[in-house]
Design a protein around this ligand. Structure first.
Ligand code: HEM
Length: 408
C-alpha cells in the first residue's frame, strides 16, 4: 500500500479507484460508446441534461463559425483586429465579420448563475493561497496534461507544439487573468482571454483534422474539456485538502465558482459542469482515469516542461533538475510520472515526499518550526521562484488564433 502514492489517490479519489483505474487497468481506455455516460446531470449546474455524451459533443456555435472564417481566409485579419481587445468592458473592435461579432457578443456574457459574492471569495482565496494554486494548477496540472494522450497529441501537433515556451506563456495569460478581484468584471481581462481561448480551441478542432499526424475523433470534445478542467479544479482542491491547507466554506464555494465560470466561458455546457465539489469528485473519477496514459509526444513535452521549470529556479542548465523531477513525481504519483518518463531520483524522491507536506503544515500553522526538515527550505525557495514567475508574467504575449498546425 505504501507504493500507492498519495498523489495518485488524489487523482482518482480513493485507493480502490487509484488501483483499479490508474494503477492496474490498461491506460486510456476511453471512448467506446458502450461505456455510456453515467455521470448524473442532476449533479450539474443545469440540474438536468439532454442525455448527450460529452465525448461526442464539441462546440456547436464556435466550431462552424471558425471553419467558415478559415474558408473565407479571414483569420489573419481577425487576429489583427482582436490584438488590442484586452479588457472585459472594452467594446469589440469595428470591422469584425458580422457572424463573429454576433457570436462574441453573446459568448462574452457571464452565465446567469455567476454570483459576484462567490467570485469575490474565489479571488480572495487565489490571493491568499496563490503559491499552492500555482504549484497544483500550473506545475501539477501541466504534468498531468502530458499524460492525457489526446491533450498531449493535440498540443504537440498544433502550431504551439513547436514552441512550448511561448505556448506555456500564452496559457498563463488566462491563468493570470482569472486571479484578480475584478477578473470577470469591468476592468478585468478574464472574459476576453476566455473568449479568445474558445476561438483558439475551435480553430484547433478545424486545423488538426487536416494534420497528417492526427488520428481519432475531432479533438477537444466536451469530455476532453472536462478532463482538463478537473486537472485544474478537482485535482488542486484535493491536493490542498490532502495537505491540510485551511479553506473556509465560502472560499471553497468561491474557488469552485471561479473555475465553473471559466469552464462556462470556454464553452463547457452547464449540463456537464459539476455544481458542487462532491459531484465534481464523482465526475473526475469517471473521466480522468479513462483518459490518461503514456504517449511518445507526452514524454517529449514533459521533458521540455521540466527543463523550463529547472531553468526558472537555477538559470540555463537547470542544476535543480533532480529536485524538479522529484517534485513532479510527488505531485502526480508514480503511475503518471512513469508515463511521463520522469526519471526516479533515489536521493530526492523520499526527501520531497516527507518535506513538502511538513512545510505546508508549518505554513498553515498546524505544526511548529522544529518539525520542518532543513531540506524543506530548498523546496520553499523553488516554489517561491515559480510563483513569482507565474504570478507576475502574463502580459508579454497574446492569445492569437493559430493559422496552421505544427510545421513538420
Ligand atoms: C490553447 C486553456 C482544454 C488543447 C489554449 C489556450 C489556453 C488554453 C489559455 C490559449 C493559449 C495558446 O494559444 O496557446 C485551456 C483550458 C482548458 C483547455 C483552461 C480546459 C479547462 C484543452 C483541451 C485540449 C486543449 C482539452 C486538447 C485536448 C489546446 C491547443 C491549443 C490550446 C492544441 C492551441 C495551441 C496552439 O497555439 O497551437 N488552451 N485549454 N486545450 N489548447 Fe487549451
Amino acid at each position: 500500500m505504501a507504493e500507492l502514492s498519495r498523489r495518485t489517490m488524489l487523482i482518482s479519489g480513493s485507493a480502490l479507484g487509484a488501483l483499479g483505474a490508474l494503477g492496474v487497468a490498461s491506460p486510456a481506455q476511453a471512448g467506446t460508446l458502450a461505456d455510456g455516460w453515467t455521470w448524473p446531470a442532476s449533479g450539474s449546474i443545469a440540474g438536468s441534461g439532454t442525455g448527450a455524451d460529452p465525448r461526442w459533443v464539441w462546440d456547436d456555435e464556435a466550431d462552424p463559425l471558425l471553419a467558415s472564417l478559415f474558408e473565407r481566409g479571414l483569420i489573419p485579419e481577425v487576429n489583427r483586429l482582436l490584438y488590442d481587445w484586452n479588457r472585459n468592458d472594452q467594446p469589440l473592435p469595428a470591422g469584425l465579420p458580422e457572424d463573429l461579432r454576433a457570436f462574441m457578443e453573446q459568448a462574452r456574457q457571464l452565465p446567469s448563475w455567476a454570483d459576484p459574492a462567490n467570485l469575490a471569495a474565489g479571488a480572495g482565496f487565489h490571493a491568499l493561497k496563490g503559491n499552492y494554486i500555482v504549484v497544483l494548477t500550473i506545475v501539477g496540472a501541466g504534468m498531468l496534461a502530458t499524460s492525457i494522450p489526446k491533450e498531449a497529441r493535440a498540443v504537440y501537433y498544433s502550431a504551439g507544439g513547436a514552441d512550448l515556451k511561448d505556448r506555456v506563456a500564452k496559457t498563463n495569460i488566462l491563468a493570470y487573468a482569472v486571479r484578480p478581484a475584478n477578473a470577470w468584471a469591468a476592468g478585468g481581462t478574464a472574459v476576453v482571454e476566455a473568449v479568445k481561448t474558445r476561438l483558439v480551441h475551435a480553430a484547433v478542432r478545424h486545423l488538426l483534422q487536416s494534420s497528417p499526424y492526427w488520428t481519432g475523433p475531432i479533438p477537444i470534445s466536451q469530455e476532453d474539456m472536462l478532463v482538463t478542467w478537473h486537472t485544474l479544479a478537482t485535482y488542486s482542491m484535493r491536493g490542498m485538502r490532502d495537505w491540510g491547507v485551511r479553506i473556509s466554506s465560502s472560499e471553497s464555494v468561491g474557488y469552485l465558482q471561479s473555475l465553473q465560470v471559466m469552464g462556462h466561458m470556454l464553452g463547457i455546457r452547464d449540463e456537464f459542469m459539476p455544481a458542487t465539489w462532491e459531484t465534481s469528485y464523482t465526475q473526475s473519477d469517471i473521466v480522468l482515469p479513462r483518459n490518461m496514459g503514456p504517449t511518445r509526444e507526452g514524454v517529449e513535452l514533459n521533458a521540455i516542461l521540466r527543463t523550463m521549470l529547472a531553468e526558472m529556479t537555477s538559470g540555463p542548465g537547470g542544476i535543480d533538475k533532480p529536485l524538479v523531477n522529484a517534485f513532479s513525481r510527488y505531485l502526480t504519483g508514480n503511475q503518471v510520472a512513469d508515463w511521463n518518463g520522469i526519471p526516479r531520483e533515489p536521493l530526492w524522491d523520499p526527501v520531497v515526499r516527507t518535506a513538502w507536506p511538513l512545510l505546508v503544515k508549518f505554513r498553515e500553522g498546524l505544526i511548529g518550526l522544529p518539525l520542518v526538515p532543513a531540506t524543506a527550505w530548498l523546496l520553499d525557495e523553488m516554489i517561491k521562484k515559480w510563483s513569482t514567475y507565474y504570478l507576475t508574467r502574463g502580459a508579454e504575449t497574446k492569445i492569437v488564433i493559430p493559422t496552421g498546425n505544427r510545421p513538420s
